[in-house]
Design a protein. Structure first.
Length: 241
C-alpha cells in the first residue's frame, strides 16, 4: 500500500509540473503579443487604400485630346500661317503639336482654337495644367467645318505635376491635415515616391523614423502632365505603415 501511495504522489507531482509549465508558456505567449503585437494586415490595407484615394484625388485631373486633319489643297495658302477653327467642344487650356510631335504656337479663346503653323495635321490636348501661349489671332483666317476633319474626343486620367509639388510641400508642412483629409485610420501613416519608368526618382514624400519592416506598398503606373505641355509615364509607389 505504501508503494502505491508513493507512485500516486509522484504522478500528482508530475501533473502539477505540467500545469505550471503550461501556465508559464501561456504567460510567455501573452507577454510576446503584448510587447510585439502582430501587424494587422487588414488595417494596413485600409490605410494604403485611403492613401491611394487621397493622393489621386489631390493630384488627379482629366486630359482631353483629339487630332484634326486639314485640307491638303489649302496647305500652301498664306493664311495657314495662322488659322482658327471651332472644334465644337468645350475647351479649357489647350496646346497643340504637329505630326512630328513638336509643340506649335496655339491657344484657345472661347470656342475657337488658333494655330500658327502650315501643316495639315495637328494633335490637340486640353488640361487645366497647361500654360497657353498667347498671341494676336485677330488676323488669323477662320476655317469652316468643311475645311477640316476631327477624330473622336478621347479622355484619360492623369496626375498634374504642379499638384504633386503642392502635395509634397503640404506633406512636410501640414502632415496632420493630410491625414484628416485622406481619412487615414488612426495611428496609420503614409508616404509616396514618384519614379521614372527607368528608376530615376522624381519626387519623394516620406516621413523619417518609421520601421521599414512594418511598411506595405503599392505601385501604380501613372501619366504625369507638366505645365509646358510635356508629359511622361511614371511609377507612383505609395506606402503605408
Amino acid at each position: 500500500m505504501n508503494k502505491i501511495k508513493i507512485n500516486f504522489n509522484k504522478r500528482g507531482a508530475g501533473n502539477l509540473e505540467i500545469i505550471i509549465s503550461f501556465v508559464i508558456f501561456i504567460g510567455f505567449v501573452f507577454f510576446v503579443f503584448l510587447v510585439f503585437p502582430a501587424s494587422n494586415s487588414s488595417e494596413s490595407s485600409v490605410g494604403l487604400d485611403a492613401a491611394e484615394r487621397g493622393i489621386m484625388n489631390y493630384t488627379g485631373s482629366e486630359l482631353m485630346y483629339f487630332s484634326a486633319s486639314f485640307r491638303d489643297a489649302d496647305v500652301k495658302s498664306d493664311y495657314w500661317n495662322c488659322f482658327g477653327f471651332n472644334p465644337g467642344i468645350e475647351i479649357e487650356k489647350m496646346i497643340a503639336s504637329d505630326k512630328n510631335d513638336a509643340f506649335v504656337n496655339s491657344m484657345s479663346a472661347g470656342n475657337m482654337i488658333y494655330v500658327r503653323g502650315s501643316d495639315n495635321f495637328y494633335q490637340f490636348y486640353s488640361s487645366s495644367e497647361f500654360e497657353e501661349r498667347s498671341f494676336d489671332y485677330s488676323a488669323c483666317n477662320i476655317l469652316s467645318s468643311e475645311d477640316f476633319e476631327m477624330s473622336s474626343l478621347r479622355k484619360s486620367g492623369v496626375i498634374l505635376y504642379s499638384r504633386l509639388e503642392s502635395l509634397n510641400s503640404t506633406y512636410y508642412s501640414d502632415y496632420s491635415r493630410l491625414l484628416t483629409e485622406f481619412n487615414m485610420p488612426k495611428r496609420e501613416n503614409f508616404g509616396f515616391v514618384l519614379r521614372k519608368t527607368g528608376g530615376e526618382e522624381i519626387m519623394r514624400s516620406l516621413r523619417s523614423g518609421f520601421d521599414s519592416s512594418d511598411v506595405i506598398a503599392r505601385e501604380i503606373p501613372v501619366q504625369v502632365i507638366y505645365s509646358n505641355g510635356g508629359w511622361e509615364y511614371a511609377i507612383l509607389n505609395i506606402r503605408a505603415w
